[in-house]
Write a protein of this length. Structure first.
Lengths: 169, 571
């Protein structure tokens, strides 16, 4: 789900507080400025049981005075990306082995020390998950993910070529 | 605006507090409910300068101020305005803010805040008003710059009173109200994220009309949305045109005349048998401005199982929230009813349905024991109705007395009934009556309260003493927390845990200590002899009516049961 909001203090609290109050659990959330001055965009992934819950969530968000627009993009053609940084235990011997693992993911090493390296990966959440799984056997010392950010593609396919998309899978 | 006040007189000194006072005058505010304190000293100083412009009501606790403002708003159809100081002043307002949020009462609440420079340092009398009030307000503001104050006040009143009404908090740091205005200010505003839909979609109105003319078992459920939209006349026209049975929610009482033949009375947990059965058996349910609260619907699985549900509500989030809705109409109730009334009226084929409803009304009316020696509370409420000719403004707390008032004080007009519905706040009724009396000085104003609830806010007797407001407080005194006791009797095998309270003040002496008339009425004879005179008097009165302790509210739907599973329908 994406929401464009007024960039005012307390807006994040309004949105997350509302979700908590209505018993929605946030899987991930990311916030940042947009091309318009004073307007921010929030992207959040929320697991909902059914359509009705989803509709209720959209409506409650829309009721917020600082929320300008809410879009449920679950079933839209979207581009979605998340960034993760993974600090992996490594010595010079296995560094090249890790290099080999991360290469197909187009991830990069952004920090190296004697005992560890830090890998940066960008992509959809499932791709990030997959890389983390592969790195885990080496010993993950630290892991940080930004949460997903997304918007709809410039071209939306017609209903006939429609393929449901879930952000959680 | 009071006579003698003008904007020009107030322009000599321009502090933030003066800007606030100007803004209030511009909004047409003439009554304030507030309590001073450190962080609002500059505001109270500005109010002192502008004292000709306002009637400032000083309660003895901030909770009294906000409930009074709620009562005032309900009856006067104008927003209630409240001022409280920072810290405990603000937190004492919380119950009232939450109450107003649940019942969609338009309030604008100004709280003082510590100076901007020390916010976040746990300063003396600091509390996070924004954090605390965000989930219980329609919107809230903390003023960051003096220059934005007039705009924020204007926005606050706009948001509180339009769309689905509700409370708006404006938190004003002390240094902002104290500082001097340097640059020009404007109150122009633009709220792109707040554009309530007021007019109905004509296609949906046609759809509803089509469903209506085909319905065999239609019923109308009227909620407080009808009252907020001032749409009672339109509702009466609609109902009369099609000869529809009408039931109301607790807060919707008075939206349709309770004494009319088509009225079924209130529906819900303690609603009438005909009303609940109509909701259960109908094939078309037209909900106008009610939010399908759980106390109305009972178990949702058994709620209107065969019905096509049409729901008119100004708040889209209420539509489909609890009950699946086939015909959603986002609109102001008045606009929607006006459109509906513009359609060609047809005679409905619903004679057998109406006959069934008539027989339910005849066979299953509300019932209660007949008074012998002591006072039967239901009978008492009937007498209050009789002695005030059904014209009084009635306020209540929450509990048994509230349900009896809802059942037996039949309202024929809107804005006569002031009760705490959604939040169910004890201690609401009496201060709300103070505000209601101020909002409608010419009406008889009766606070029906329990002995429990009254003791939560009785310090406001000072306000009656001070102003000689002719509020009549009727304590339905059963020396118990009646509804709690009833539930313990029914569902906890009569283990009356902390619900029987036989120690209480002598309410007559208590009244006298505030130089008010106090009465104690113990019997049916007492009521018949003394109550008419007390209610007709132009003086305030505290009337301690000793009622049967173990009387229950019936009919009743036990928790988890459906509308058709009422108990206590007949004696």
């Amino acid at each position: 789900m994406t929401a464009t909001v007024h960039n005012r203090s307390g807006v994040l609290n309004r949105v997350t507080g509302l979700l908590a109050k209505r018993q929605f659990n946030i899987e991930s959330i990311s916030v940042g400025r947009t091309e318009t001055e004073g307007v921010s965009k929030m992207t959040f992934v929320v697991e909902v049981e059914d359509e009705r819950k989803l509709e209720q969530l959209t409506k409650q968000l829309n009721k917020q005075i600082d929320v300008l627009k809410v879009s449920d993009i679950t079933d839209k053609a979207i581009v979605a990306r998340e960034l993760a940084m993974v600090k992996v235990i490594s010595n010079p011997q296995i560094r090249s082995e890790i290099q080999g693992i991360i290469e197909p993911f187009r991830a990069s090493i952004i920090d190296v020390s004697k005992e560890s390296i830090t890998v940066q990966v960008t992509g959809k959440s499932d791709k990030v998950d997959a890389l983390i799984d592969l790195l885990r056997p080496y010993g993950v010392k630290e892991l940080a993910r930004t949460g997903l950010t997304a918007f709809t593609r410039g071209h939306q396919p017609q209903v006939t070529e429609f393929k449901p998309h879930s952000l959680l899978k | 605006m009071k006579a003698g006040a003008s904007l020009k007189e107030l322009t000599a000194v321009q502090t933030g507090a003066d800007l606030l006072v100007h803004a209030l005058i511009e909004e047409g505010v003439d009554t304030l409910f507030g309590y001073p304190g450190g962080a609002v000293l500059p505001i109270y100083d500005a109010l002192y300068r502008a004292r000709e412009s306002f009637d400032h009501v000083l309660p003895r606790h901030e909770q009294g101020a906000i409930h009074a403002a709620e009562g005032y708003a309900r009856v006067s159809k104008r927003p209630g305005v409240v001022i409280g100081t920072s810290g405990p002043g603000a937190t004492n307002l919380i119950t009232g803010i939450a109450d107003a949020m649940m019942d969609s009462i338009p309030l604008v609440i100004f709280t003082g805040q510590v100076a901007k420079g020390v916010i976040g340092t746990d300063a003396f009398q600091e509390s996070d008003v924004m954090g605390i009030t965000t989930p219980i307000t329609k919107h809230n503001y903390q003023v960051q710059e003096l220059e934005e104050l007039p705009r924020i006040v204007k926005e606050a009143f706009h948001i509180a009173t339009t769309g689905r009404p509700g409370p708006v908090v404006v938190d004003i740091p002390k240094d902002i109200s104290a500082s001097i205005q340097k640059s020009k200010v404007t109150n122009d505003f633009h709220l792109p994220g707040y554009q309530p839909t007021v007019k109905p979609n004509p296609l949906q109105i046609s759809k509803l009309h089509d469903a209506l003319v085909q319905a065999k078992k239609p019923v109308v459920l009227a909620g407080s949305g009808v009252i907020h939209a001032e749409a009672s006349e339109e509702l009466i026209e609609f109902v009369q045109n099609y000869q529809l049975p009408v039931t109301t929610t607790l807060l919707g009482l008075g939206s349709y005349p309770g004494s009319d033949d088509l009225s079924l009375g209130m529906a819900g947990m303690h609603g009438t048998y005909p009303a609940n059965m109509a909701l259960y058996e109908c094939d078309l349910l037209i909900n106008i401005g009610a939010r399908f609260d759980d106390r109305l619907t009972g178990n949702l699985e058994h709620f209107a199982p065969q019905a096509t549900v049409a729901h008119i509500d100004i708040d889209p989030a209420e539509i489909g929230k609890n009950v699946r809705t086939a015909i959603p109409i986002v609109s102001d109730a008045k606009e929607a009813l006006t459109s509906l009334n513009g359609k060609t009226v047809q005679v409905l084929d619903h004679q057998s349905w109406m006959a069934q409803i008539e027989s339910n009304k005849r066979d299953y009316p509300l019932w209660h024991d007949q008074p012998q020696e002591s006072i039967v509370p239901q009978w008492l409420l009937k007498k209050v109705h009789e002695y005030t000719k059904g014209e009084a403004v009635v306020t209540t707390d929450v509990g048994q007395h509230q349900m009896w008032a809802a059942q037996y004080y039949s309202f024929d007009r809107p804005n006569r009934w002031v009760t705490s519905g959604g939040l169910g706040t004890m201690g609401f009724g009496f201060p709300a009556a103070i505000g209601a009396q101020l909002g409608d000085p010419d009406s008889t104003c009766v606070a029906i309260v329990g002995d429990g609830g009254f003791q939560m806010t009785l310090q406001e007797l000072s306000v009656l003493q001070e102003r000689r407001l002719p509020v009549k407080i009727i304590i339905v005194n059963n020396q118990a927390l009646g509804m709690v006791r009833q539930w313990q009797e029914k569902f906890y095998e009569e283990r009356y845990s902390e619900s029987i309270i036989d120690t209480q003040p002598d309410f007559v002496k208590l009244a006298e200590s505030y130089q008010l008339n106090g009465y104690r009425l113990d019997s049916q004879k007492d009521i018949e002899e003394k109550l008419p005179g007390i209610l007709a008097d132009d003086q305030p009165a505290v009337v301690d009516c000793r009622v049967l302790q173990k009387e229950n509210v019936y009919p009743m739907i036990a928790p988890g049961k459906g509308l058709h599973q009422m108990i206590g329908v007949k004696k």
